[in-house]
Write a protein that binds this ligand. Sequence first.
Ligand code: PA5
Length: 423
Amino acid sequence: MFSINWDSAVNNELNELLRVTAGQAYSALEKTLSKRESGKIGFMDLVFREKEISRVKKLAAKTAKEFDTLIVLGIGGSSLGGKTINAALMNNFDYNRKKVFYADNVDPDYFHELISSLDLKKTAFNVISKSGSTAETMAQFLVVYDLLCKKLGKEEAVKRIIMTTDPKSGALRPLEKSIGFETLEIPQNVGGRFSVLSDVGLFPSAFSGVDVDSLIKGAASVLETGTGKDMEKNPVLKYSLLKYLYCQKGFMNSVMMPYSTKLFELSAWYVQLWAESLGKKGMGQTPIPAIGATDQHSQLQLFMEGPRDKFITFIGVENSRNKTEIPCFEQEIDAFDYLSGHTMQELIRCEMLSTQRALFENGVPSVRIELPELNAENVGALFMFFEMAVAITGDLMEIDAFNQPGVELSKKYTYQMMGRKGY
Ligand code: PA5
């Protein structure tokens, strides 16, 4: 399991404040848990869907037998989690494996380039939309369905499309019966950005060979510790309170900085989770995606000497699968001799520890999450960790972390401009 290192990242005043305000965190946790109990929120219970998970695995295995490539048509919460799993756990340079691509925009050139590169006979499509009305996803679906029908005929087109949507409502659900699309589900009480451990993230992952049981196992173990009432034994609670307190003190930006290229998509997933859940009523922290060590040569200058308004979450991988030794060079050269005999694993780790230390000495607070290794269990654990943290932080801030009223207006204007009836 993963561990969280809190040492030397937070100033003493905050450590003391954490102790004094622990009661506030406990009551926020109570609120979150009572929403779970009443059935208002369902993301924590995604780890208990044995029957559904087994159906997903079967359908993914069948699809993988028939097709080489899966294109996910979806946006926001319907794509970011799956993308994260794909990037973190699959070898993206292995061109012989089952391929999964996420077409999460309506950039016409990008979409055209993607679609026209496909061997349609060997490609399946997973249309993911809880509401069944998201303009971008529906546009993608219409283009793809039309193309498949024209090139392969309706029967073959239907075989290639798997829908993932709300179990009862929305415009896609009736198509299961009327057209015959295979259809997976997103439980009604699970919002898009909390849906990665539902069929949304599991189906594409299982298709590409990810061990989805381990993802769920990791998430379940965080659920167990994350519901505990003892702050010292509940890192989720401590993390939530810490971020909340720093936000109160003016640290309005929340940087997510994994020292792993394979975890960069996690930063994007986190950005959506944190922004869409907490950016309300004039409050919220601006999430900033970063990547170590790359951003040491980019954003770090700002983090170090810019406004003191950033809280950093580092994520380190203690044991990477490949250490990648750095060999000696044929000549002695001071500028890089010292690297020889070490590994890239050592280098990236030293860079993370050094950056955390330097930032701390400069008054920039941070937390470091350590993954013993980058595997499905730990990725599942990270999802549950941040989802629970955002829910608890929402309750600390006294806002509803589960709605997104601020994105509706622009959607309405789009509908109006595109001529949708009633707008
Ligand atoms: O978190 C959310 O609810 C949103 O980001 C949605 O996931 C996104 O808008 C896509 O919605 P839908 O799945 O209904 O197409």
